[in-house]
Every structure is written in structure tokens, then in C-alpha cells.
Design a protein around this ligand. Structure first.
Ligand code: SF4
Ligand code: SF4
Length: 194
């Protein structure tokens, strides 16, 4: 048989020859990835939220991972991971209600121009278009929103804002910390230096 590292043909006197078939991702992985808004790695297997800290979680809440959907692995590792995924699911299912953060985004529908920028930037699939009396508008699902504010920064009209971190609140904090006169002096000094 050829050895591609040595660049030579080798003849091996073996008692047993075991051939392993290639393991490839399921043909439906892309469809499931879109359906549950969970990512795939470059090889097409599902990608956990964090390899050490959240090995059976996805960034999307309530969806857990185990087995060969993750990557090719032995049955013992698959079973251990399945126990972990089941345990994580039980932590959610055992509760009567789920408490979400209050720092979530909301859309002022009258200012939304339906550009979709917020939807494309949200990694958690927390925003979708809905039909309203004012037409199609973006709307945030507060249970899915993680409050990272990406959509807030991306919105061209300022229609979407993060509760407790609105522009007015941030500007007020800056004003309280740095008096206006001081800002003017610093800007004047900076211009003078140039
Ligand atoms: S980015 Fe702003 S304007 Fe565009 S769809 Fe989202 S909320 Fe509406
Ligand atoms: S704050 Fe982050 S998680 Fe929440 S809707 Fe905006 S982009 Fe999505």
C-alpha cells in the first residue's frame, strides 16, 4: 500500500485489517441549523456554544447537543454527552416558568423602516418581522434576546433600543461624569495640540 508521508509503497505483514468508513455530517444538518438557529462548524457538524464552558449547549437557549451530530466520536463519549445534554434540558423543563433578563431590546414600530439590519445582525434569532397595523415591522422576542445591543447599534433610524441602556441614559451618565465645560476645554485643548 502507498504511504503518502514516506512517498513509498509499504508491505505490512498484518494479522487483522480494520477499515473505517468516513463519518460525514447528516444531509439534513443545514436544514436543522436554520430551523433551530444553531451554528455548524466548517466541517458541517454542529458547533457547541463553548468547547469547555458550555460543551452541550448552543448559543440559542433550550437546544442541546450530543453524539455524532457534534463530531465523530466513540459510543462511550456519546453516552456521557447524552447524559449531560439530558441534564441540561431537565434544568429547563423542571421549572414552571423561565425568568428572562430585563435588559432586552424593543422596537419603536413607528420608526422602523423594515430594513432588516437588526435581524441579520442578531446571533440569537431574537428578532423577526411581524404584520402590524402600520405594516411589516421588526419585533424582538424578549425571551430570546440576550441584550448584547448589536441590533441597537445597527439600526439606521434608532427605532430599536436596549432597555436600561437607551441613548438618553448613556448620554446623561456621560454628562454627569464629565461636566460640559470640561468637555469643551478638552476638545479645545485637543484642537490646539493639532
Ligand atoms: S434595523 Fe431598525 S429600521 Fe431596520 S428593521 Fe430593524 S428596527 Fe426596523
Ligand atoms: S440585543 Fe442582541 S440578542 Fe437582543 S435582539 Fe438585539 S442583537 Fe438580538
Amino acid at each position: 500500500m502507498p504511504d503518502y508521508i514516506l512517498g513509498q509503497k509499504l508491505a505490512i505483514d498484518a494479522d487483522l485489517l480494520a477499515l473505517a468508513a468516513a463519518v460525514i455530517p447528516s444531509a439534513t444538518s443545514h436544514e436543522i441549523s436554520k430551523l433551530f438557529k444553531v451554528p455548524l462548524n466548517p466541517d458541517g457538524f454542529f458547533q457547541e456554544a463553548h468547547v469547555k464552558l458550555r460543551p452541550v449547549d448552543f448559543a440559542a437557549d433550550g437546544v442541546f447537543l450530543c453524539g455524532i451530530a457534534h463530531y465523530p466520536k466513540h459510543i462511550s463519549e456519546t453516552i456521557s454527552q447524552a447524559y449531560g445534554a439530558a441534564g441540561r434540558a431537565i434544568t429547563v423543563l423542571s421549572q414552571d416558568s423561565v425568568i428572562a433578563s430585563g435588559a432586552v431590546c424593543e422596537v419603536n414600530e413607528s420608526e422602523c423602516v423594515t430594513c432588516g439590519a437588526c435581524i441579520s445582525v442578531c446571533k440569537y434569532g431574537a428578532i423577526e418581522f411581524v404584520d402590524t397595523p402600520q405594516g411589516t415591522k421588526a419585533r424582538v422576542n424578549p425571551v430570546l434576546c440576550k441584550g448584547d445591543g448589536l441590533c441597537n447599534a445597527k439600526c439606521p433610524t434608532g427605532a430599536i433600543s436596549l432597555k436600561h441602556y437607551t441613548d438618553e441614559e448613556i448620554f446623561c451618565q456621560i454628562d454627569a461624569e464629565v461636566p460640559e465645560q470640561e468637555i469643551i476645554q478638552q476638545m479645545a485643548a485637543a484642537v490646539g495640540e493639532v
